[in-house]
Design a protein around this ligand. Structure first.
Ligand code: ZN
Ligand code: ZN
Length: 263
């Protein structure tokens, strides 16, 4: 385990060189150089705890991995109690750093546990909310499934009714065609059996301007039936030429010609 830089938010691991203080704080080379520029006037303060560092040995740059020669000579000649005192102070420094690191890690762990607990509570709430939404969706799906089944049943019923109507329509169409063929056969039979039957029609427009005393009664005749009488006149009116009328009518899609009524 290496101690870390005590500068705020730095926490860089100190393995080879470090700036150490008599208040038991340590800093990396970068922060030591920037914080401990000593001159004749200024007094230094520890960046971690604010302790004033007046003496030149209150803060020094230490070699954390001294060589064999330095280890052999640094405490040489000192009395055992002095050596033990120096060792005890160094161990106290190390213990303080370990204790601070332990407190920091415990604080981080506590913060992490609180954050985890908060996230678990949020997750629990979200889970309950999602479960409620899931239940709502399940109910909606069930309702929609029921509605879908009802609609499908209605569609099947409508399809069955449509097929029944189609069969009836087909049957009626067939009957209508049969009736049409039957009517055509009856019409042809009547046309053959009664060729001289005439159809009356209204020709009031043709004679509308004539006086009542000059009124004629006209009856249309079939084109195949030629009449020997082509013209007629009343005592007071000029000749009415049916040949011209019939010639004009030949250019039109008419089945009728006109002749005066003999009766
Ligand atoms: Zn640092
Ligand atoms: Zn300090």
């Amino acid at each position: 385990m290496d101690i870390v830089c005590n500068f705020k938010k730095c926490r860089r691991a100190l393995s080879n060189h470090a700036w150490v203080t008599t208040c038991s704080h340590a800093f990396c080379v970068e922060h030591g150089k920037s914080e401990f520029k000593r001159n004749a006037e200024n007094s230094l303060n520890c960046p971690a705890c604010g302790t004033e560092l007046r003496d030149k040995f209150d803060v020094i740059q230490a070699d954390l991995k001294p060589g064999e020669i330095f280890r052999s000579i640094v405490l040489a000649g000192m009395r055992p109690d002095t050596i033990m005192d120096i060792a005890m102070r160094a161990m106290s420094f190390w213990s303080y750093q370990v204790e601070q690191e332990t407190l920091y890690q415990e604080s981080m762990a506590k913060h992490a546990r609180e954050k985890l607990q908060c996230m678990e509570e949020i997750n629990t709430l979200n889970l309950q909310k999602l479960k409620a939404e899931l239940e709502t969706c399940k109910r909606k799906i069930s309702s929609m499934q029921t509605e879908f089944n009802n609609k499908r049943k209605q569609a099947e019923d409508l399809t069955a009714r449509l097929e029944e109507k189609s069969r009836k329509l087909q049957k009626l169409t067939f009957q209508l065609e049969a009736q049409k063929r039957k009517d055509i056969r009856v019409g042809n039979f009547e046309a053959v059996s009664k060729p001289n039957q005439e159809t009356c029609m209204d020709i009031s427009d043709l004679v509308g301007q004539r006086a009542a005393s000059e009124a004629f009664v006209f009856r249309p005749v079939l084109e195949t039936h030629e009449s020997p009488v082509n013209a007629i006149c009343s005592p007071k009116t000029p000749m009415f030429d049916f040949c011209k009328i019939n010639k004009k009518r030949q250019n039109q899609p008419s089945h009728f010609k006109f002749r005066p009524n003999k009766s």
